[in-house]
Design a protein around this ligand. Structure first.
Ligand code: NAD
Length: 295
């Protein structure tokens, strides 16, 4: 079986390398990132010069690109992989996109006799490198069963959440929870320092209790160090929260917390902080108060 991999960015590059490491025959393409292509080829993959070549030569085509328009372009654009894929082949889209777009893409592929799963991930670059990502998957059970062993080479958790789009709905839930958590952490740490308690003491005292979280353990030290190296960029999180807004609108779901944090992130984007890690939500509070969080 040959696996195609389109999109070798922060996440795609290590994920493709892990497939090579697991012994799969992997054909990669990313016309915008030739250095990443060279790096994955050096690790044992083969390079395709176009997405159409990937479609033609592979049984399963994985896409790991930024957002819905990029997935549509990679599959159906001028150089779209789906144009050359034979009936019975599978698209495995690991990008975090709008679930409505996942359903549209799946419907287009179905017309060509191609199956699809949406399989976004949580875990970020370190877990992509370690092969310990968490996959949230949507699609048919039999396609999931075929693809699960492949996903398990890139992740430590692979859960079928429902039909097509269910993976991206679950990913949007993940992104809301993370965004609101980071904002709450920043707000509380800033308030605590302004009330006269050292942030490090606040962190130490509450991390083992109910307020403790993976978000707190990862992001509180970054906030106290004023280290906003990504990680996960504010701009990508804005993309995800905009997708939450779009998805919620279709079912009239109330999302006041998501809306608030999205507005905060947009302020940071307009201030030139869009490429910072999402822990830079702290900057929103620092700018309002003129006070910088310290250790
Ligand atoms: P990235 O911007 O680093 O990489 C995307 C890659 O896709 C780029 O190399 C780009 O050249 C390529 N690409 C775009 N359109 C293409 C096309 N038509 N044909 C071929 N290649 C194309 O993004 P990333 O951080 O790797 O994220 C990818 C997806 O994973 C996004 O949806 C993101 O939200 C999600 N995600 C990212 C993280 C993270 O921590 N970075 C964590 C979880 C999920």
């Amino acid at each position: 079986m040959r696996i195609g991999f389109i999109g070798l960015g922060i996440m795609g590059k290590p994920m493709a390398k892990n497939l090579v490491k697991a012994g799969y025959d992997v054909l990669v393409a990313d016309k915008f990132a030739p250095k990443a292509v060279d790096e994955v080829v050096a690790a044992g993959a083969q390079a395709a010069s176009t997405n159409m070549e990937v479609g033609e030569k592979c049984d399963i085509v994985i896409t790991m690109v930024p957002n819905s328009p990029n997935v549509k372009e990679a599959l159906f654009g001028e150089d779209g992989a789906a144009k050359t894929m034979a009936k019975g082949k599978i698209v495995l889209d690991c990008s975090s996109i709008n679930p409505i777009a996942s359903r549209e893409i799946c419907a287009e592929l179905e017309k060509l006799g191609i199956d699809m799963l949406d399989a976004p991930v949580s875990g970020g670059q370190p877990k992509a490198i370690d092969g310990t990502l968490a996959f949230m998957v949507g699609g048919k059970q039999e396609i999931f069963d075929k693809c699960k062993p492949i996903l398990e080479k890139m992740g430590s958790s692979v859960v079928l959440c429902g039909g097509i789009g269910a993976g991206n709905v679950t990913k949007l839930c993940n992104q809301t929870i993370v965004a609101v958590n980071i904002a709450a952490l920043a707000e509380a740490m800033q308030m605590g320092q302004m009330c006269g308690v050292e942030p490090q003491k606040i962190f130490e005292a509450i991390k083992g209790g109910l307020a403790g979280s993976t978000v707190m353990n990862a992001k509180a030290p970054m906030m106290m160090d004023q280290n906003f190296q990504p990680g996960f960029r504010i701009d990508l999180h804005i993309k995800d929260l905009n997708n939450v807004v779009d998805a919620a609108k279709t079912v009239d779901a109330p999302i006041p917390l998501t809306q608030t944090v999205l507005e905060m992130m947009k302020v940071l984007h307009h201030d030139g902080d869009g490429s910072c890690d999402h822990s830079a939500l702290l900057k929103y509070y620092q700018k309002l108060t003129g006070e910088v969080l310290h250790h």
